[in-house]
Ligand binder design. Structure first.
Ligand code: ADP
Length: 456
């Protein structure tokens, strides 16, 4: 009786073990006891089976691992090949993008030297030089930006940003160019101004929108461009829609990659280094958003990007000096201007640009002299302050000047394109900030803003 119960429970254990084996659990172990009864023989045989099944699965998982590594290796090789292809295409592209404008600049400068050219020819040549210079500046800016992104030096600088103002500014900026090319351009702001001040990095939003608009105009021969933004849940979704050449499905997936251009090798229809979209993508992602595009060949494209909607009712952090030129010389319309700048070419350029505005012009070549000049001439209306100067830099000079003169309008001017330059200049006490190469219209517009609109 007793022996029978023991055999039964042993058989039950064996049956449980077989069920686990059948379910794929090969870690089962069967107890064997000395003796040659059937249960014992069965247990020993099943142990052997479990060991060999374990070995098989180990081999299988090794094989799987191997297969996975192989696939990864293959992908890595393909990617390396693709990177190589992109790099080679990029260098060819870059060389083209730098040499072509250089050719324009040097070639037409040489032609300008000829004594017999007419005034009309002169204007034509100067226009080419100007356009070529702008094109080169654009490539250089993109290159600096992409290297900064790659080396992790691009920081996000959050500040209250009026997105309606940005959209309107960009519309005003591109309207003439679009109309010159026979394109209609329209914008939509999805929020009333009171709700349109959000916390974001305004320079980055501005760069992304400028890139997308520039592309929309570049790649559209006829039709229209619509852009703007909508609020969707807790996101602001910007859009730039064109009726241009469009992008095929297979290319669309790649256009946000660095150096990627939708042109066949050897074919050059549109200028560009293929960096604008990858810079835009990096910026949008830094701001916690996404960028995507929909497009149909020969019909048009829509580029979208989203950023978080974080409202800000009040200006916080950096506040620009709220002084103005409004009441100063309204009758003569002229100003006493100090240029603090160590590069003589820039001094010459600024002097010519401001010709119509100058009542008196002072020039110093470093920050220390700028402070002294301001102490000697408290009636100076406007200072154009270079940031990088010897002895004392522009920031420090402005901080000193602000201790004894809170009225003078100070505009920082710099060749740096670092993100926090704007914030740093405003913090130091500047009213505004302009980057080199200085655009005459932008500078005059800035000065006029302070002349015609006294700020309380
Ligand atoms: P690029 O300087 O070449 O314009 P981008 O990075 O801005 O560089 O754009 C990458 C590529 O994406 C372009 O070369 C172009 O082929 C394509 N692309 C971008 N925007 C548009 C658009 N609005 N319509 C058609 N193609 C576009």
């Amino acid at each position: 009786m007793e022996q029978g119960r023991k055999d039964d429970s042993k058989m039950q254990l064996i049956l449980d073990g077989i069920t686990r084996l059948a379910a794929g659990d090969y870690s089962v172990g069967f107890e064997t006891t000395p003796g040659a009864d059937v249960a014992n023989q069965l247990a020993a045989a099943l142990n052997k089976l479990a060991v060999s099944l374990r070995k098989t699965t180990d081999r299988e998982s090794e094989m799987n691992q191997l297969r996975k590594s192989n696939a990864e290796l293959k992908r890595a090789l393909e990617k390396a090949g693709e990177d190589e292809r992109l790099k080679a295409a990029f260098f060819a592209n870059l060389s083209y993008e730098i040499r072509t404008p250089m050719n324009g600049i040097l070639g037409f400068t040489a032609l300008l030297k000829k004594p017999e050219i007419t005034g009309e020819q002169q204007q034509k040549y100067i226009n080419v030089i100007e356009k070529s210079g702008e094109r080169m500046m654009h490539v250089i800016n993109d290159l600096i930006e992409i290297s900064r992104i790659e080396s992790g030096q691009t920081a996000v600088s959050l500040a209250p940003t009026n997105i309606n103002e940005q959209v309107e500014f960009i519309h005003a900026f591109y309207r003439n160019e679009a109309e010159r090319r026979g394109l209609k351009i329209n914008y939509v702001c999805g929020l009333p101004t009171g709700d349109a001040i959000i916390s974001t990095d305004r320079e980055k939003i501005y760069t992304v929108l400028m890139n997308l608009l520039r592309n929309a105009i570049k790649y559209t021969q006829e039709g229209r461009i619509d852009f703007g933004y909508e609020k969707k849940d807790n996101q602001i979704v910007f859009f730039v829609k064109d009726t241009g050449i469009g992008i095929s499905g297979e290319k669309l997936a790649r256009i946000f990659n660095r150096f990627e251009r939708n042109e066949k090798e050897g074919e050059r229809q549109f200028e560009g280094a293929g960096l604008g979209l990858s810079i835009s993508k990096a910026y949008v992602e830094m701001l916690g958003g996404k960028i995507w595009a929909e497009s149909e060949e020969h019909t048009g494209s829509t580029f979208n990007f989203s950023i978080p909607y974080v409202t800000m009712k009040e200006e916080s952090g950096v506040v620009a000096y709220k002084t103005s030129l409004g009441n100063v010389h309204e009758e003569s319309n002229k100003l006493k201007i100090l240029i603090a700048e160590d590069d003589m070419a820039t001094v010459m350029l600024l002097t010519v640009m401001l010709e119509d505005y100058i009542e008196e012009l002072y020039h110093v070549a470093n920050g220390l002299e700028a402070v002294e000049m301001c102490q000697q001439h408290p009636d100076i209306d406007l200072i154009l302050m270079d940031i990088k100067m010897s002895k004392m830099d522009g920031y420090e000079a402005v901080r000193h000047i602000r201790q004894f003169n809170k009225e003078v309008v100070i505009i920082a001017q710099t060749a740096y394109v670092l993100n926090d330059d704007r914030e740093r200049s405003l913090k130091a006490g500047c009213n505004d900030y302009i980057t080199k190469p200085i655009n005459r219209e932008a500078l005059l517009e800035m000065i006029n803003k302070y002349k015609s609109k006294p700020v309380a």
